[in-house]
Design a protein around this ligand. Sequence first.
Ligand code: BES
Ligand code: ZN
Ligand code: ZN
Length: 498
Amino acid sequence: MQITLETKPYATLVTDAIVSYVFDDPDPIQGTLAEIDKSGNGILNKLATSAEFSGKPLEMTLIHAPAGLKATRLLLVGAGKRDKFDLATLRKIAGAALRYLKSRSIKKLTFLVRENDLSEDSAQAIAEGAITANFETDKYKSDKKNDKSIETIAIAGYSDKEKSAGEKALNKGRIIAEAQNFARDLVNEPSNLLTPKILAEKAAAMAKESGLSVDILDEKRIADLKMGALLSVAQGGPEPPRMIVVTYTPATPPKPGAPVIGLVGKAVTFDTGGISIKPADGMEKMKYDMAGGATMLGVMRALAALKPNVKVVCVVPSTENMPGGKAQKPGDIQTAMSGKTIEVLNTDAEGRLILADGVHYAKQLGATHLVDAATLTGAIVVALANINVGVFGGADQSWTDKLLASAKAVGEKMWQMPMDDEYREFIKGSFADIQNIGSGKGGGSITGAWFIREFAGDTPWVHLDIAGTAWNDDAKPWLAKGPTGVALRTLVNLAMSY
Ligand code: BES
Ligand code: ZN
Ligand code: ZN
């Protein structure tokens, strides 16, 4: 799909559909739309007064052969109340319009930005919304229902003077959205086609293509480095683990003492639960237990093109969690790379085990500021459903605040959870330094976060629990069912703020 900025007047544009949006206001036909209405004999006003459209969020009204336009169709999308309108809404409108028109076999669409919204950020948001909306999860279907594809999108409404800035923003949106789709494609792969070895190969290929440096640690190097927590999860199945390391270094070398961001992502390519096996019902979904790792790799892909002024080290521990004859058993005691001993009371709490070694290794590689992302707990789904990412911070609240500000700026919903010291008591071990599940009742996401924090130590650290938000059980008007690529935009924004 090609995406461009168009500065010609909308009335002259030859396209399959012009898309614009209408607010749920008493008088919705104003500005550009009033002009279109005038040349179109008042059809929009008639529709509005007949209550055929009201501007309710994502309501669609398709008008054929609109008078006064060269375009074949005019699609009006509801934008909700004007005072609630923001870039997140615009992103969704662009996505929903694309999916609506695509399902009707339309090839070319032009998105007309309304007079008050002609900012660079709008061009970026529309590009992001459209490109992520265009992603389908039918890769393995012979009969591709969604083979219909949009060929070109133009973003219109901008003047010649705004063109170069608009194009720059559009390009940024394209880079971010394509990185998000790259991550979603990895998450969508079933575990028989995406083992830790294959994930590492794909990460290496991406790094090579993007000009990033890469180091793939195989099982032998993992053992030499005494990454006992990662190895303990991997021992339950025949697929060897990998520790994937991708590094971005800015062109102008950072001064000594400059911050180094460490991104650590959980990549369990399939989580059966191990000996603490999961119920069969819904287990197929556990192929997405590598979404944290996929997100981090996607972030690196975007950063290679956007070139922030900060070094970023991405560490992705990857393994399956299988209940084989050699699998670890409840009560087993493992020694992590850091030297801490862990009592494994539940083999299904494996994400925190592999992150323990991932976080420790990221620090060893020089990371001064850590973020980890993981589909860590079912408990976060109970707490926040599929709406907010759970955010857990260490002692340095300013680092957590920086991440939350990035999330806000890019319109990703994230919610900070409490990390009182009392919760730490829940994971004090009886027979080892710590145990991998809480002994208290409840607070499952918090004890999981505390476990990882033990390995971050004093290094500023934020943990993102994306178990509820990395996968959409149902399609949205603006996004296919399945992987969402959540947190990628936030982390790209975070790195770009340097
Ligand atoms: N991968 C799961 C978490 C998960 C659950 C992700 C549901 C997505 C949807 C994780 O490894 C896990 O099994 N966690 C356990 C922890 C428990 C044993 C303390 C859980 O949440 O049940
Ligand atoms: Zn698990
Ligand atoms: Zn898991």
